[in-house]
Write a protein that binds this ligand. Sequence first.
Ligand SMILES: Cc1ncc(COP(=O)(O)O)c(C=O)c1O
Length: 310
Amino acid sequence: MWDREGILPDVLAAVGHTPLVSLRRILAPNGVELVLKLEAFNPGGSIKDRIATRLITVAEDEGRLKPGGVIVEATAGNTGIALAMAAAVKGYRALFVVPDKMSRDKIAILKAYGAEVRVVPDVPRENENNYQHVAKRLAREISGGCYMGQFEQAANPEAHYLSTGPEIWNGTRGRVAAVVAGAGTGGTISGIGRYLKERNPGILVVGADPLGSIFTGPVAPFKIEGMGEDYYPDTLDVKVVDRWLAVSDEEAYVMARRLAREEGILAGGSTGAIVHVALKIAEDLKAGSLIVALAPDTGRNYLSNIFVDE
Ligand SMILES: Cc1ncc(COP(=O)(O)O)c(C=O)c1O
């Protein structure tokens, strides 16, 4: 048992317990209060730190990942970063397959943690060279390879059911009326949604979806990273999502830039999208209601795209 008060055993123990921060200038209509949960405070810099340890622990328990094994995953970045960090702590090799639309900044971070990266063209899932299929193939071919499966493993939504959901409930003293999140794997919104609805079935669970993603359809290309899909992943429980709202790349990027300049919160494009949707949802809520919007990662991941004036 770790009993050195005030000192954590390793960096993974610092995951979670992220701050809830009120917005001061970007105000919701109707006297509704908007609060962001700043997931960039996780040591790997995003909400995906929460699932990395759980995906690894479950894979170890099931015997899929053995000592000396190789963690393989398909990722648009943040899950890779979280797994790369956890792999470093736990002594595993890590190999990530990423779509070529992913920002260079995030690829550099994966490599900084000592991970190997394969960049593949961003093609639909029907294509056998889609990043998820390539990652699964590599995991089978490499000795000791273990596909982590963030789009399939129940460990992903469970991590949010066990940590993010309770943190939102406890941090707002149960006052939360609506929660707004994006969905890539759907792990975040499904885990949080299930937990919060068990506490209070009246809580509104809202999905922010890039224009062009299937959850608000029809499917078309979009630039926002980390959220939106062209199919329904196993890890998404659509039953807990009350409403989906589509948001354009431009609306998301404009809001991300406003958050940096007006609130001092440097967050990614998906946070911009989520806040844009949260302000819309506020129109339907009563004065004094509290909305919690997820801020999945930091704008430092996107200095070369969202925050470049050109
Ligand atoms: C950058 C980023 N990472 C991760 C997530 C979480 O997605 P999920 O838990 O659905 O995979 C999001 C969702 O908005 C995101 O924008």
